[in-house]
Design a protein around this ligand. Structure first.
Ligand code: KG4
Ligand code: ZN
Length: 333
């Protein structure tokens, strides 16, 4: 089955063509960093406007690169939620119009399931069951994937998403947007043990995350420290990153241990972070667990992962009616 995936849930306009749910024929991602950079964060109205401007050329390029015409497609998959409503609407409207015009089956895909399916685009996809840590700009959650399409949420953030914390701390340090890659780059020259930031632990022992405390701690530290030199900024970035990594790795490994599941998946935009990938890999090796981490370009938002998730849904006979609509609060489990 050849599936066209469309993704516009946040600030990336993306389209991809995937064959058999596994083979990427094209994967086009138009970033909006230039639009939101000056604001240090995503401006939803500007995001939807940019999606409208670029969605048609992006889809066209995905089809051209794959060497397929609309009539060659076996189906379309589009991100239905969660995300920004105005942004989601653009992708959903385009996908519905194309499906209607070309008389092709359509499915709506949960963006978080898409992130999980990024692992199935790699050479060695995970067997079920596995524990998935999905860390992005909008979400930070732990799922058990019991079988194809059956997920259980076993923990999530109680406040900010990890990526959001990276973005806010980068803004605080005057480093620009998006914060994750910049913090990683700047932090590489700093000392991760320079500053002790607090590690959040849930008083009820739940495998949930919290990143608002560390964000406040960084903000207080910056205010107290006064004007910062390059080396100090690097130390703050490195120490912040190390603490976030510690929180993510600890909770994930603990959850897997408790469940007796020895296969883990790390995915979502923040999974592009090298120290996080390395730390979780080291913990997994120590315990004899298998860790699956998609390549960086598949961890951050893309439409190939949406096409892959959509492929399995189309294959199982699922169809979205033309009344299908964007669902900003869609949950996975
Ligand atoms: O999954 P994603 O592309 O979009 C959402 O679904 O939110 O994730 C974007 C988030 C942003 O917060 C960005 O700062 C973060 O992922 N990110 C990173 C890195 N690359 C992207 N965070 C830490 N280290 C990175 N290398
Ligand atoms: Zn995402």
């Amino acid at each position: 089955m050849i599936v066209l995936g469309i993704e516009t849930s946040c600030d990336e306009t993306a389209a991809a063509v995937v064959d058999g749910g596994r083979k990427i024929l094209s994967n086009v991602v138009a970033s909006q960093d230039d639009v939101h950079g000056p604001y240090g964060g995503i401006v939803p109205e500007l995001a939807s406007r940019r999606h409208i401007e670029v969605i048609v050329p992006v889809v066209r390029r995905a089809l051209d690169t794959a060497g397929v015409a609309l009539r060659d497609l076996d189906g379309l998959a589009v991100t239905q939620g969660p995300g920004l409503v105005g942004s989601l609407l653009v992708g959903c409207s385009v996908a519905k119009s194309m499906a209607y015009a070309a008389r092709k089956p359509l499915v709506g895909v949960n963006h978080l399931e898409g992130h999980i399916y990024a692992a199935f685009l790699e050479e060695h996809p995970p067997d079920y069951p596995f524990v998935a840590l999905v860390v992005s700009g909008g979400h930070t959650a732990l799922y058990v994937a019991h079988e194809r399409g059956r997920y259980e949420c076993i923990g999530q953030t109680r406040d900010d998403a990890a990526g959001e914390a990276f973005d806010k701390v980068a803004k605080l340090l005057g480093l620009g947007y998006p914060g994750g890659p910049i913090i990683e780059r700047v932090g590489a020259t700093g000392d991760p043990r320079a500053i002790r930031f607090p590690v959040a632990n849930m008083s009820d022992g739940a495998p949930d995350f919290s990143f608002s405390g560390i964000k406040t701690a960084v903000s207080l530290h910056v205010r107290r420290a006064g004007p910062l030199g390059t080396a100090q900024v690097a130390d703050i970035a490195a120490s912040f990153q190390a603490t976030v990594v510690k929180m993510l790795v600890r909770k994930t490994v603990k959850a897997a241990q408790r469940l007796g599941i020895r296969r883990l998946l790390l995915t979502g935009g923040v999974a592009a972070n090298s120290p996080l990938r390395a730390a979780l890999q080291a913990e997994c090796e120590e315990r004899g667990y298998t860790l699956h981490v998609p390549s960086r370009r598949l961890c951050t938002d893309n439409a190939a992962m949406i096409a892959a998730a959509g492929h399995d849904r189309l294959e199982s006979g699922e169809r979205a009616p033309l009344t299908m609509n964007a669902r900003p609060d869609l949950v996975l489990a």
